[in-house]
Design a binder for this molecule. Structure first.
Ligand SMILES: [Fe+2]
Length: 444
């Protein structure tokens, strides 16, 4: 028995040519299947209750001839939302209740939006891998696959460029993945995505059967199709490496986010811009706009390249502070006085990061960027917490005092707490969190 630690991941890297070839890692988390399945049911329930069908469920159901087709009327989508999983019901039981004897498939994207606890479970497993290979620039995300649909309804296909996937199989049914190398697939199939003659192409495929408790890894460039005949649940975790064009668009959007038009200003209510004078180079329009254009003072003098570089750093620090998850759990405000006399510690396996920019410091806490006034003792405070040991709040804030009052210093610690970067030391861990690592097997 071994932990999923650095050595375990080094072994995986060695056996997959650094994540360029697929592999089945058998019985890696068999002791956690129940816990992860329960957390998944919670996620589906939350999504159904929120009627989150847009970012949520994609449904396929077999017709009266047994042929799987995308559900055309959204009726099943509605039925899923109207009938969330009951307490104690498994995903397989829920599927049977909704779809009866029909074959079905449900894909749910962006699962990381719905469970901080699941994210933490996954982050604990993959943090040592990310320490080895680096943080993928668009982070990690999760998608769930449920059903007994036979071959993946999408047919043989390639996933999005750069998005490598770890499939944590939760069962109860097994699954088989068939893969083809890109060149081979293109030489034997006339079409890019193939739903019709899957079986003809299977003899040329590599076959990867797996069952509950196994992890299947596949790099993005393999053509593939899955096969699940009995109801099963798959938790897939995606390592998202973007193309330069995709990443530049993302950065451009984040730069836009730094520019805030000043609204709710009394003058705005009865002010309109003058018409264009028609004179090339006339600065008038910009001069009129300038009073309503708000950019953080610490960033106001940056060139485009410096702005871009800062956006990259902001983005990286956000990901690094949250185990690679881009999307976030809303903070829960906390009164600074609640920290009086308390001892706190880092929420593992996450870490706190910072950027100093002129008179400001950006603190990165579980994906959030908090912008506060710079204090020279703040980097040391973060370092102390990152060491992972419990520390009394009074000791932690001591180096801030003098320049700051106790109330202000405690307020900053409360910010870290409300954004889930730290917790009370010895606090009861979430009910689902098992002593996971010790129970994990070595990959074959
Ligand atoms: Fe796929």
């Amino acid at each position: 028995m071994q932990k999923i630690d650095k050595a375990w991941w080094q072994n995986v890297l060695a056996n997959t040519e650094n994540l360029r070839e697929p592999i089945v890692l058998p019985q890696v988390f068999e002791n956690e299947v129940d816990t992860l399945s329960e957390l998944t049911v919670d996620i589906f329930r939350k999504l159904a209750l929120a009627r989150g069908t847009e970012s949520g469920f994609r449904v396929w159901v077999s017709d009266e001839h047994g042929v799987i087709a995308p559900e055309p009327t959204k009726a099943y989508d509605d039925r899923l939302c109207d009938n969330p999983p009951l307490p104690g019901e498994s995903i397989a039981q829920w599927g049977k209740r909704i779809f009866g004897d029909r074959k079905f498939g449900i894909i749910m994207n962006d699962g990381q939006l719905y469970s901080a606890e699941m994210n933490q479970q996954i982050a604990r497993k993959i943090q040592p891998l990310l320490d080895l290979i680096g943080m993928p620039l668009t982070g990690v995300s999760t998608t769930y696959f449920v059903g007994n649909y036979g071959y993946t309804p999408l047919g043989i296909h390639q996933d999005r460029i750069g998005e490598d996937v770890f499939h944590f199989h939760l069962g109860p049914g097994p699954k088989v993945m068939y893969t083809w190398d890109e060149e081979l697939y293109k030489s034997i199939s006339g079409v890019m995505n193939n739903r019709t003659n899957i079986e003809e192409l299977l003899p040329a495929a590599n076959k990867y059967p797996f069952e509950a408790g196994d992890i299947f890894f596949m790099p993005w460039d393999k053509y593939h199709v899955g096969y699940s005949d009995e109801i099963s649940l798959g938790l897939t975790m995606w390592i998202n490496n973007p193309t330069p064009a995709f990443f530049i668009r993302k950065l451009a959007r984040s730069i836009l986010g730094e520019i805030t038009p000043i609204k709710n200003h009394a003058v705005m209510l009865n002010t309109v811009l003058s018409p264009d004078s028609g004179i090339p180079g006339d600065p008038k329009i910009f001069e009129e706009l300038a009073p309503y254009l708000q950019v953080d003072e610490a960033m106001a003098d940056l060139s485009l390249q410096e702005f871009m570089q800062l956006s990259i750093e902001n983005y990286r620090m956000g990901l690094l502070s949250n185990g690679g998850f881009v999307l976030l759990q809303a903070p829960e405000p906390m009164a600074p006085d609640a920290l009086l006399g308390q001892t706190v510690q880092l929420v593992q396996p996450f870490k706190l990061f910072h950027i100093v920019l002129k008179h400001k410091i950006f603190l990165f806490v579980r994906g959030y960027r908090l912008s506060i006034a710079y204090h020279p003792a703040l980097p040391g405070l973060l370092e102390r917490l990152n060491a992972g040991e419990p520390v009394a709040v009074a000791d932690l804030i001591e180096p801030l005092l003098g320049e700051w009052t106790e109330e202000v210093a405690r307020y900053v610690v409360a910010l870290l707490f409300s954004h889930r970067g730290i917790e009370l030391a010895g606090a009861a861990q979430p009910a689902h969190a098992p002593a996971y690592a010790e129970q994990l097997a070595v990959p074959a």
